[in-house]
Design a protein around this ligand. Sequence first.
Ligand code: J5X
Ligand code: AKG
Ligand code: FE2
Length: 354
Amino acid sequence: MDPSPVKKLAYKSNPNGLDNQAPIDLRNIQSVPEAHTWEKPEPHTITMESIPVIDITDPNAKLLIGEACEKWGAFQAINHGIPSHLFDKAEAETFRLFNLPHDHKLRVLRGPDDVLGYGIPRIQRYFPKFMWSEGFTIEGSPAQHASELWPDQPHIQTAFCTTMEECQKEMKRATESVMELIFGALGLGPKDEKWPKSKMGDNKAQALLALNSYPMCPEPDRAMGLGPHTDTSFVTVVHQSSCTGLQLLKEGVGWVPVKPVRGALVVNVGDLLHILSNGRFHSVFHRAVVNNEKHRVSIAYVYGPPSDVKIAPAPTMIDQEHPPLYSPVTWNHYIYAKSIHHNNALEYVKHRVQ
Ligand SMILES: C=C1C[C@]23C[C@H]1CC[C@H]2[C@@]12CCC[C@@](C)(C(=O)O1)[C@H]2[C@@H]3C(=O)O
Ligand SMILES: O=C(O)CCC(=O)C(=O)O
Ligand SMILES: [Fe+2]
């Protein structure tokens, strides 16, 4: 098999020395260490507002999704067809992994330029303080890593791999249905020559399964699970389980918690979809906060184009009043730009009239 294009995604390494460091063992810590202390993160906002919950089989789904992506940059998808027992299983396997002794997890630590395996969040490099989280990234079969994590337990290796592969297969199917509705909302149809999917081919989208773990924190107000960021993908589809923690930044409102809805998948608009929609869909700032009651995990499916396909504002989004806001950019190049320009990366790919 070809080496994965995802593994080749470009990063500029180590500008502040905070990436490529092994997570510390966050369990059984009595107080938040200095390097993990965030200065009073703003509290979430008490509001009745919340991102819409959309039945993706509803005849109006395309319309509702378009509105949600404009207004919020996120929504919760229900009726996506993934049985909840699969997420129960995937969550149990995720806990099994993160509950391993710390030194076992370090056996599958990501290298400085690796995307797959165990480590601190990729976006750690944008922040001055460490986050209260650890992650494990999968693409396809995690068999190699599973054999290092559970060397003498083939049954566990099999259970872990089967579940994670099944989870990717189902997430791919559900995400592609959602993407079809999103493309529809942008006026892009299957017959449209310029639809990126036609360039992407049928199965060439790139996707990763990212398992996120936020251990219980003795002083949750002084720590941050995942700092405020936008995703670089088209969409990131998150299963956040019954434990809250995910919050979205709503302009003029503040940090709004995403209520857990059993079985729902949170769909976050990423930067590349913002570019494709010529700025119409909002790539939403979000973060994950921690708590002192429960170890929280989430399962995110990061979905985007092949790393070398140029993404540009869709022709359907451009007219006299709406000139193209961005120049064509590949996922790979965009990630590289983001590792240098951080949250100004979109500004950096702005279209400039020659
Ligand atoms: C292809 C991608 C997309 C990445 C970076 C790279 C590999 C892992 C992805 C995530 C997964 C976890 C959250 C995130 C914010 C992170 O830190 O790593 C994501 C990030 C992004 O959406 O930019
Ligand atoms: O844990 C969460 O709910 C958020 C995860 C997230 O933002 C991501 O994986 O990009
Ligand atoms: Fe995210």
